[in-house]
Write a protein that binds this ligand. Structure first.
Ligand code: ZN
Length: 281
């Protein structure tokens, strides 16, 4: 927090008003076993349903149902193909942790307890209770580098120290069910209803309906290609056009917010192609 305070006092004050369990890993509930933080979940969902956003509510829900139907079947089939007892992403994380553990020196105190010397300090590890003083094991359900170093001294299988939540069996159980197909509406039986629900009265607002999604000012661009507005008073052909710029990935431009992006001209590479408004919307 002191580092955040040194960079931006306003951000520091804002964070103080939010309980740390919502945004900082050290405050996460240990029983959940997830150390991942997603701060743009609504953006992800909006992008996921983007092709259907203009549909009426029932049609939109039908499309989401079909999308989920395909997704569950696809993930279930993929899981059956895995050669390891851990999902590929977890397996890779564990392999990376193994590499980090190479320089760790554990000292066996007895039973399942270890004192583990890391670069700047030492930590206490208890293997049987899956506990490391650094806290990562309890939160992520995956052994941290300190635990891996201890397990390696016994040459035991590391997979035994991964929580069952992260294993193939749990993934398979998650996608073991299916969403059953629904018969076509023409085959549905008539239902007698005393109070029919009428559709709402449609009010047409002035102006053209806006189809483009509005971004909040603090939305971060997730892609490496973005579009910004550009006009040129000297060349009539360029008026009302947009120019596509390519972000230099890895530069400071990568995490521009929408507001920053509108005014940003610094490290963007020159354009590829001019695009008419009609081609975009
Ligand atoms: Zn640790």
């Amino acid at each position: 927090m002191s580092q955040i305070k040194a960079v931006d006092l306003a951000a520091y004050s804002w964070l103080l008003g939010i309980p740390s369990k919502h945004w900082s890993r050290h405050g996460f509930e240990e029983s959940i076993k997830v150390d991942h933080v997603t701060n743009n979940i609504t953006e992800s969902f909006n992008n996921w349903v983007n092709p259907f956003r203009g549909m009426p509510v029932l049609s939109l829900l039908e499309q989401i149902r079909r999308k989920q139907m395909r997704r569950i079947k696809k993930r279930h089939d993929q899981c059956l193909q895995w050669a390891t007892t851990l999902p590929p992403a977890i397996h890779k994380r564990l392999e990376d942790i193994k590499k980090e553990a190479r320089h760790i020196i554990p000292i066996w105190a007895g039973e399942d307890e270890y004192e583990v010397k890391d670069i700047s300090r030492h930590y206490i590890v208890k293997l049987i209770s899956h506990h490391c003083e650094c806290g990562l094991w309890q939160i992520s359900a995956l052994p941290c580098k300190h635990d891996v170093a201890c397990v390696n001294t016994w040459r035991k299988d590391l997979n035994e120290y991964v929580h069952p939540y992260l294993k193939k069996e749990a993934y398979l159980r998650t996608y073991s069910f299916m969403i059953h197909p629904i018969p076509d509406e023409s085959t549905w039986s008539e239902v007698e209803a005393d109070n029919e629900v009428q559709p709402p009265v449609k009010k047409r607002l002035p102006g053209r309906p806006k189809l483009a999604r509005r971004r909040e000012a603090d939305v971060v661009f997730a892609c490496n290609v973005a579009i910004i507005k550009r006009s040129c008073s000297r060349n009539a052909e360029n008026i009302n056009k947009r120019t596509r710029y390519e972000l230099d990935v890895g530069s400071s431009a990568h995490n521009l917010s929408a507001a920053d992006f509108e005014t940003f001209t610094g490290t963007l590479a020159p354009r590829h192609v001019d695009i008419h408004w009609d081609e975009i919307f």
